[in-house]
Design a protein around this ligand. Structure first.
Ligand code: EPU
Length: 302
């Protein structure tokens, strides 16, 4: 979708927003899949309510992009524009055992920065690609921990109230790969409270998680992490593997040989290829195990 309304274009600089026309979403997602649209890069949080009022007033649909690492975007010209936050400097500020983190901060770099300040707890998230805002929205987790456990406060733009708000921990619920945030809430910043630990000890945990991840996940390939959520008490990856589906492909969309819940883009896969593969696997798992797998990856127009 193209922003060609002169009123919007003229208002953007004052709102601290940069317009990048005709942006390929394939370049902004870890899967390397996705069509084209206009991108609005937000440099200051304070401009967001006015920006969104303007877009709504003119009927311009929009979506919020985090790190693009858990996302499958449709092909072709997309019917909405995309907003994302420009990372400020600094993006993490430590105060005692609290870390105030901008949503645009890189998750892995945040984990290591906190570690260097003797703050641990998030070792499991090392190697998870994406932004802190994306991790927060999805309640990202691995190796027995999830980010929600450390959240004390969240600054967000609430589309329903049309304003920036600060929520405390008890106003948010964090479940397995799910939070109580509304679909159109935009994460802006988070205050984490982390356990004090010596850097060396955190580093050891980070190394162990890194090793486990490297040995079981296809890290060098284009993927969106796990495609399906694990059903209660079961592993989607193991079920798909048991059906002998590793290596199954539709065009360049392929089930990883290393981990069966990772579907990789082995070249120039389209969203259509990936969705066909996802649908096929869901059907096979349903027939074999009588289990309906739920998407873990977020689908946008795909
Ligand atoms: N397994 C197989 N074959 C496979 C993959 C896994 O037999 O192809 C078996 C493993 O041997 C293991 C069991 O299934 O016994 C579970 O596998 P794994 O430890 O790899 O964990 P997972 O349940 O597949 C979850 C998260 C990952 C996270 C890891 C590590 C989900 C959907 N996945 O994977 O998160 O990194 O645990 O904690 O919750 C993601 O969210 O995108 C993601 C990758």
């Amino acid at each position: 979708m193209r922003i060609d309304n002169p009123k919007v274009i003229a208002a953007l600089p004052e709102l601290g927003v940069e317009l990048r026309t005709g942006t390929a979403m394939s370049g902004l997602t870890s899967l390397g899949i996705g069509g084209t649209t206009d991108l609005l890069r937000i440099k200051k949080h304070e401009g967001i309510p006015d920006l969104l009022n303007l877009l709504d007033e003119l009927g311009i649909p929009h979506k919020f992009l985090g790190g693009g690492s858990n996302l499958l975007v449709g092909d072709g010209e997309l019917p909405w524009v995309v907003l994302n936050l420009v990372r400020p400097e600094p993006d993490v500020v430590i105060e005692g055992t609290f870390a105030q983190v901008d949503a645009a901060a890189d998750l892995g770099r945040t984990v290591t920065f906190c570690a260097k300040n003797d703050l641990g707890g998030m070792e499991g998230l090392i190697g998870v690609p994406g932004t802190v805002g994306g991790a927060l929205r999805m309640n990202a987790g691995a190796y027995g921990m999830q980010i929600g456990s450390y959240v004390r406060e969240v600054k967000l733009y609430r589309a329903a109230a049309r304003k920036i708000e600060i929520l405390s921990r008890n106003q948010i619920s964090f479940e397995y790969r799910h939070t109580s945030f509304a679909a159109d809430d935009m994460m802006l910043a988070v205050k984490l409270e982390l356990p004090s630990k010596p850097f060396k000890e955190i580093l050891q945990g980070i190394r162990i998680c890194n090793e486990k991840r490297r040995s079981s996940q296809p890290l060098g390939q284009k993927s969106a992490g796990c495609i399906f959520k694990n059903p209660p008490g079961a592993s989607a990856g193991r079920m798909i593997d048991e059906l002998g589906l590793k290596g199954l492909n539709v065009g360049d969309a392929r089930i990883s040989d290393r981990h069966a819940n990772f579907f990789v883009n082995a070249g120039t896969a389209s969203a259509k290829d990936m969705l066909t593969l996802i649908g096929d696997v869901r059907e096979r798992v349903r027939q074999a195990f009588d289990v309906e797998l739920e998407h873990e990856v977020v689908l946008w127009n795909a």
